[in-house]
Design a protein around this ligand. Structure first.
Ligand SMILES: *Cc1c(COP(=O)(O)O)cnc(C)c1O
Length: 423
């Protein structure tokens, strides 16, 4: 297989290709195929972009029909029929049934664009600069979002000071005790040195940071702390929204009502770049054009995103996700119990689940073994100590059995290899 053009021409910054060193050509459902015709089961799903699987036939059909019909592709943020259809369907299928009243902002097409927009607006609305973020957070790579992301290696890439963010311990952070009691104390103590923030941003399940799950009570208390002090609460649902944990929004079971919500990754359903910020109407204080961008709301993404919303007209996907999540957690618990010397715990919610190893880099080693055996599965955590399962929600029970068998074998193989290395 010829990978020479990538190595010769593409920047050293490339990353996932180093974990999965083959050339992919086709994909369907929960499978990828490479140039040699080898098929891989995909438990990575584009880091949560492909919740409905690769190349979903309904979305593809809608997109092809739209293009064949000469539908408009690019329109800046002018009105288009595709955008109207998306907005109306999103309101009808997602917002109204949940009693949610939000304005929709289309920033640039990536997740980090949505986070930047939310920060700018929160700072404008409150007239404050500071943002509170949490340990092990990930919110994107542009400077504002990176300032609220905690991975030291990624932060080092900024090249300039990353400021105006104060990091506090997430739910369950080692040694932090009641992290919200601490947050409350520093917010109310004029001697704490923490400037009153414009907003608090969080992921309800920290994905890149190692699959760390916030408790529902913790989320509810956090909401109260924010609202009592007129601090805006931003939920970054870019990775764990769109059904990843079961419900469309990850925070639904906690019963909270964020001031702003960011969505991207699986929003277009098809892998087309698309993101949005949901804003409580009172906070929609943008002046026209104050935040701009060339690719704000891409019509092909409106078309596939509208098609994907058909999944949410009833609760069948949410229910199926819950059932599949139980199956996955059960199998992972068995693997963890068998290797309790090496595996600390199983963490996750819905179909984002992680096998947490006691040693750094064990996630990588298992991932490499799994790749050899035809399974794509990634790692999480600052030390790659977590094997992170992020399969398409549409993965069948049979595919889960196959993938989990491979994971069990790969854990055996990686641990045996590790034993030989340390001996
Ligand atoms: C992926 C991700 C982002 C950034 O999205 P990009 O499209 O890569 O800019 C932000 N927040 C969370 C929680 C993410 O998972």
């Amino acid at each position: 297989m010829n990978t020479q053009p990538f190595e010769r021409l593409e920047s050293e910054v490339r990353s996932y290709c180093r974990s999965f060193p083959t050339v992919f050509t086709h994909s369907e459902g929960s499978h990828l195929t490479d140039e040699d015709g080898k098929r891989y089961l995909d438990f990575f799903a584009g880091a949560g972009v492909l919740n409905y699987g690769h190349n979903h036939p309904d979305f593809k059909k809608a997109l092809i029909a739209y293009l064949e019909d000469g539908g408009i592709v690019h329109s800046l943020d002018m009105y288009s029929a595709a955008k109207r259809r998306f907005l109306e369907t999103f309101d009808e299928v997602i917002l109204q049934p949940r009693g949610m009243e939000y304005r929709v902002q289309f920033p640039g097409p990536t997740g980090t664009n949505a986070v930047e927009s939310a920060f700018k607006l929160a700072r404008k609305v409150t007239g404050r600069k500071n943002i509170v973020a949490f340990t092990n957070a990930f919110h994107g790579m542009t400077l504002g979002a990176l300032a609220a992301s905690t991975n030291a290696g990624k932060r080092a890439g900024a090249g300039v000071p990353l400021d105006n963010v104060h990091v506090v311990p997430f739910d369950g952070y080692p040694g932090a005790g009641d992290s919200l009691a601490y947050l409350e104390a520093v917010l109310d103590d004029k001697g704490s040195g923490v400037d009153k923030p414009a907003a608090i941003i969080l992921e309800t399940v920290q994905a890149e940071g190692g699959i760390r799950v916030a408790g529902f009570n913790w989320l509810k208390r956090l909401e109260t702390i924010a609202h009592e002090r007129n601090i805006l609460l931003i939920v970054d649902d870019i990775q764990v929204g769109c059904g990843r944990t079961g419900p469309f929004f990850s925070f639904e079971p906690a019963g909270i009502r964020p001031d702003m919500i960011t969505l991207s990754k699986s929003l277009s359903g098809f892998g087309l770049p698309f993101s949005l910020v949901l804003i409580q109407p009172e906070h929609d204080q943008w002046a026209p054009g104050e935040h701009n961008g060339t690719f704000r709301g891409h019509n092909p993404a409106f078309v596939t995103a509208t098609a994907a919303l058909e999944f949410w007209r009833d609760d069948s996907l949410e229910k199926a996700t819950g059932k599949k999540a139980e199956l996955v957690a059960e199998r992972l618990e068995k693997i963890a119990a068998k290797h309790s010397d090496a595996i600390a715990e199983v963490r996750g919610r819905g179909l984002i689940q992680g096998l947490v190893f006691k040693e750094n880099n064990m996630g990588n080693k298992v991932s490499a073994e799994a790749f050899q055996r035809g399974l794509i599965v990634e790692t999480a955590g600052v030390g790659d100590e977590v094997l992170k399962l992020l399969p398409p929600l549409t993965t069948t029970e049979e595919e889960f059995e196959t993938g989990l068998d491979i994971i069990a074998e790969s854990v055996e193989a990686a641990l045996a290899q590790h034993q030989r290395e340390v001996a």
